[in-house]
Design a protein around this ligand. Structure first.
Ligand code: ADE
Length: 230
């Protein structure tokens, strides 16, 4: 899986060098190519933004610079995504769908965003990571890379994905490790029993109980979807 990221702040992506994504990069299971939009400025001061026509606060990224940066990427069938609060909110289902792509281009806006003419020309799919506003698309792009990469073969073991929250529409059951007694609290007895059937049953019950307690809207959503299928 290849990600090309168009950004004014490539240094922000250093955190993807760590942990699971860092290892996947080292093993070349995923490839993250950072393209600095500033390198495509024709201006002697490397200017990438300007004040908005019509007035107003902040700066807008210039269309020529953004479009030149985009055109520098060689792509035949890449999925192009613009991270913006105006996009459809990212869900686990969408993440799974995106993980089937071979090449994803991520366009990160900053300041007051990108001149609309560049967006119209590139015609990307617009994705938001939630109903709040960040200072730019870099953190959302990292969220997308992290969450999509987890589904790429070889990044995680398959069981982690099968068992995790949201994959089956429920939250994940609680996890325990050593020590067996912590501050007087024991690990639930069933987990020490070695009886895998009972453990599975307990985990399913806990998943359901936790979802009811913490995210009841997920159960409603599941029921609505079931009724739609009937
Ligand atoms: N850029 C700023 N806020 C954003 C959000 N919530 N999602 C995606 N991109 C953004």
């Amino acid at each position: 899986m290849k990600f090309d990221v168009l950004t004014l702040f490539p240094e922000m992506f250093k955190s993807l060098e760590e942990s699971i994504i860092g290892r996947a990069k080292e093993k070349e299971i995923i490839n993250i190519n950072l393209i600095n939009i500033r390198d495509f400025s024709n201006d002697k001061h490397n200017k990438v933004d300007d004040t908005p026509y019509g007035g107003g606060a902040g700066m807008v990224m210039r269309p020529d610079v953004v479009y030149n940066a985009y055109k520098s990427i060689e792509s035949k069938n890449a999925k192009v995504i613009y991270l913006t609060p105006q996009g459809k909110v990212l869900t686990q289902k969408k993440v799974e769908e995106l993980s089937k792509e071979e090449h994803i281009i991520l366009l990160c806006g900053h300041y007051e965003g990108i001149d609309q003419r560049a967006i119209d020309k590139i015609n990307p799919e617009e994705i938001s990571i939630g109903n709040y506003v960040l200072t730019g698309g870099e953190i959302p792009a990292m969220v997308l890379i992290d969450t999509v990469s987890r589904y790429v073969d070889g990044v995680l073991n398959k069981e982690s994905i099968m068992e995790e929250s949201f994959t089956n529409g429920l939250l994940e059951y609680p996890q325990y490790t050593r020590p067996e007694i912590f501050e007087g609290e024991r690990v639930p007895e069933v987990l020490l029993s070695g009886n895998h059937q009972n453990i599975e049953k307990w985990r399913k019950e806990k998943s359901l109980e936790l979802t009811k307690q913490k995210r009841p809207e997920l159960l409603l959503k599941q029921n609505n979807e079931k009724n739609k299928c009937k």
